[in-house]
Ligand binder design. Structure first.
Ligand code: B4P
Length: 189
């Protein structure tokens, strides 16, 4: 199995590059953002709770995400592997992921981190907001999401460096150029 985490700030292109990875390597895709948006659409209890956090640009509590992790993984896992997109976003989530995979005799092979500065992230998300209809793609919420990223998610950079899994990739330029950089990283695995 090839299990990859695609890591980066909101708007860094995780969803965009995940689509390329799925097509090229035939991997399954787990986007916790998509899972939560789906729960919101279906009006489930989890969705109702998640919406309160997402609208403010906050992270949904670890407990809720960790509780659904194993069932989402088991429903998606394939022989080829899985892309984790937007997950983990905190150290407890990373620890839970490691344990869940170990219980299934597998592991993360690489953390591909898309590096983009905040100014460009804000521009991209404001642009997406014009067409996405997403409740979190407005300036105030975007600024909160970036703050949350720097305080709660960025510590994962050191965590995955220590695990020897961290592979930074320049996340600016054309989508194809960025994907070419990602393929180079995967070729070394
Ligand atoms: P996510 O759905 O993960 O969304 P994201 O981080 O905003 O987007 P992504 O990085 O995928 O950006 P994209 O490719 O679309 O999370 C949403 C919310 O859900 C979170 O804020 C949180 O509340 C909650 N949540 C999710 N997972 C959680 C977890 N594990 N724990 C707790 N809470 C969780 O790209 C953005 C835009 O840029 C697009 O419009 C795209 O077209 C454009 N773009 C991409 N690449 C570009 C390029 N090279 N040049 C120019 N534009 C580009």
């Amino acid at each position: 199995m090839l299990n990859i985490i695609i890591f980066g700030a909101p708007g860094s292109g995780k969803g965009t590059q995940s689509e390329n990875l799925i097509e090229k390597y035939g991997l399954e895709h787990i986007s916790t953002g998509d899972v939560l948006r789906d729960e919101i659409k279906q009006g489930t209890e989890l969705g109702k709770t998640a919406a309160q956090y997402i609208e403010k640009g906050q992270l949904v509590p670890d407990e809720l995400i960790i509780n659904i992790l194993a069932s989402v993984f088991d429903s998606k896992k394939s022989a080829k592997g899985v892309i984790f997109d937007g997950f983990p976003r905190t150290i407890p989530q990373a620890q839970a992921l490691k344990m869940m995979l170990a219980e299934r005799d597998t592991q993360i092979d690489a953390v591909i981190a898309l590096e983009v500065d905040d100014k460009e992230l804000i521009e991209r998300l404001l642009n997406r907001g014009k067409v996405s209809g997403r409740s979190d793609d407005n300036l105030e919420t975007i600024q909160n999401r970036l703050q949350v990223y720097h305080s709660q998610t960025a510590p994962l950079i050191e965590y995955y460096k220590t695990e020897g899994l961290y592979s930074p990739v320049k996340g600016t330029g054309s989508i194809d150029d960025i994907f070419a950089r990602i393929k180079k990283v995967i070729a070394t695995l």
